[in-house]
Design a protein around this ligand. Structure first.
Ligand code: CTP
Ligand code: ZN
Length: 160
């Protein structure tokens, strides 16, 4: 645009007219974000992905731009687990109308399964929903409230 400073990342992927830009994703995690969103490419809407792009804040980052699609709250909560640095930008008429920094809640309920097969939350007889305490943010570390088992990033990604 005239009068605007053109930055390297803007040269890599075009601005979008309407939709969602998930920015500042840790480098290498764009495809995990698409997996969380259940986007395979067969849906028909335009998706642009940039991986390992230079970034002032993160050194390197990934970006996902999804045209004509907004995110559900549950999807944002899942993205927070693997990309706590991400920002979610809602775009309308080429403008950022809403910018949201992702925050990880201190307790994660119901989204994940405990990896301990003997945990009470995995017993078919008991109807106990999972609850994990966030004991570290970056890198993410969760602790099952019921059995104390620790879930790390790879344990989380493999569930999505
Ligand atoms: N963006 C886009 N299409 C638009 C507007 C913005 O794809 N029509 C993208 C930008 O390329 C950027 C993100 O949305 O990746 C956020 O845009 P903006 O807030 O303008 O950038 P920054 O000021 O760099 O944001 P931040 O402070 O979050 O880094
Ligand atoms: Zn457990």
């Amino acid at each position: 645009m005239v009068g605007e400073t053109i930055r390297i990342e803007e040269l890599r992927i075009k601005k979008i007219e309407e939709g969602t830009v998930i920015d500042h994703i840790p480098a290498g995690y764009a495809l995990s974000v698409l997996k969380i969103l259940n986007i395979s490419g067969k849906e028909g809407f335009t998706v642009s992905i940039a991986m390992n792009v230079p970034s002032r804040k993160l050194k390197k980052k990934d970006i996902v731009k999804i045209e004509k699609r907004e995110l559900k709250e549950e999807e944002v909560n899942k993205i927070a687990l693997i990309a706590p640095t991400a920002t979610i930008n809602i775009i309308k008429d080429y403008k950022v109308i809403k910018k949201r920094r992702i925050t990880l809640p201190s307790v994660i309920e119901n989204i994940l399964k405990c990896i301990n097969p003997r945990c009470i939350t995995n017993s078919p007889r008991e109807k106990v929903t999972t609850k994990f305490l966030v004991i570290n943010n970056k890198p993410v570390k969760l602790k099952c409230k019921y059995c104390g088992t620790i879930l790390e990033l790879e344990d989380i990604i493999s569930q999505f």
